[in-house]
Design a protein around this ligand. Structure first.
Ligand SMILES: CC(C)(COP(=O)(O)OP(=O)(O)OC[C@H]1O[C@@H](n2cnc3c(N)ncnc32)[C@H](O)[C@@H]1OP(=O)(O)O)[C@@H](O)C(=O)NCCC(=O)NCCS
Length: 243
C-alpha cells in the first residue's frame, strides 16, 4: 500500500478543538484515562487538554505544537519543548503564537495543573494524581537539575486511531529528534503505557518507570465489562545526543 504524504507544520490556535478531539480519541482505550473518566466524570479530559494546548501555543519561547496533516486533514500532533537554550523557530512559525508564559514555567503539564473540580474527585483518583504528579516532578528535576541544563522534551503526542501505525507518530517524533541531534542535546519523554513501543522504536532508552495497580485507586469502581483496571506503567525514556 502506498504511504500517505504527511505534512508537518505548526498548529494554529483555531485548530485546538481538532487537536483536543484527536487526543481524546487516541487515549480512549488507555486504562488510566478510562479510570479517571469513569471514577470522576466531572473531570473533562478534552477540556483539560484544550487548556493545555492553549498554554503550549502561548509559550513560543519554550515549546511548539506541531501538527501532522494528510490531505489537509489534521491526523496527529505533538508538543516539543526545549530547556536551557532557544530552539530558534522560524519567524513565520513564531507568528502563530500570541503571547508568552513566564520563562521558568514548565512545559510538562502535570494533571493538577489542568484538572478541573479537584474538589469533588474521589479519594483514590486524588491519590493517584498526587503520585503521578510527584513522580513526574521528580523525573523533571532529575532530567533537568539546573536552569542551564540543555535538552529537548517530548511533552505530548497523539495520533488519531484511524491513522496510527502509518508513520505519523514517527514523523512527529523525528521532527524534534533531528533538532536535538543538531544542537547536540539529549531528549526525554514520559510515556503512557501504550506509547512506549513507538518511543522505543524511535531510539529512546528506558531509564525508569512508575508501575501502579490501578485497582488500588478505583474506590471499588469497576470497568463496564467487569475486568480489573490492571497494572499501568509510565515509562521514562532518554536519547543521548548523537556524536
Ligand atoms: C504512540 C503514537 C503517537 C504512535 O503514533 P503512530 O502514528 O501510531 O506511530 P508510527 O506509525 O509512526 O509507528 C512508529 C513505530 O513504532 C511502532 N509502534 C507503534 N506503537 C507501538 C506499540 N504499541 N508497540 C510496539 N511498537 C509500536 C510501529 O510499529 C512503528 O515501527 P516501524 O517504524 O518499525 O514500523 C500513537 O499510537 C498514539 O497516539 N497512541 C495513543 C496516545 C499515546 O499513548 N500517546 C503517547 C503519550 S506519551
Amino acid at each position: 500500500m502506498e504511504k500517505p504524504v504527511i505534512t508537518i507544520s505548526p498548529a494554529l490556535p483555531s485548530e485546538i478543538p481538532r487537536l483536543a478531539s484527536i487526543f481524546t480519541a487516541a487515549f480512549a482505550t488507555d486504562a488510566h484515562t478510562q479510570l479517571k473518566a469513569v471514577a470522576h466524570p466531572s473531570h473533562n479530559q478534552e477540556r483539560g487538554m484544550t487548556e493545555g494546548l492553549e498554554y503550549w501555543i502561548s509559550s513560543a519561547k519554550k515549546c511548539v505544537v506541531i501538527k501532522a496533516t494528510i490531505d489537509h486533514d489534521i491526523v496527529g500532533w505533538t508538543t516539543w519543548g526545549w530547556h536551557g537554550f532557544d530552539l530558534g523557530l522560524p519567524e513565520e512559525w513564531k507568528a502563530t503564537y500570541v503571547q508568552d508564559t513566564p520563562p521558568n514555567a514548565s512545559v510538562v503539564i502535570g494533571e493538577e495543573k489542568n484538572a478541573h473540580s479537584t474538589d469533588s474527585q474521589p479519594a483514590g483518583i486524588k491519590r493517584l494524581k498526587e503520585i503521578t504528579n510527584a513522580d513526574m516532578e521528580a523525573w523533571e528535576n532529575r532530567f533537568m537539575p539546573n536552569q542551564s541544563t540543555e535538552c529537548m522534551i517530548l511533552a505530548a503526542i497523539a495520533v488519531h486511531p484511524d491513522w496510527q501505525g502509518k508513520g505519523v507518530g514517527s514523523r512527529l517524533i523525528n521532527w524534534g529528534l533531528t533538532k536535538a541531534h543538531k544542537r547536540g542535546v539529549f531528549t526525554w519523554v514520559s510515556s503512557s503505557d501504550g506509547g512506549w513501543g513507538a518511543f522505543e522504536k524511535a531510539g529512546f532508552e528506558y531509564v525508569g518507570e512508575l508501575r501502579l495497580d490501578l485497582d488500588e485507586f478505583s474506590d471499588g469502581i469497576k470497568r463496564e465489562d467487569g475486568r480489573p483496571w490492571g497494572e499501568y506503567v509510565w515509562r521514562y525514556g532518554k536519547i543521548q545526543p548523537k556524536q
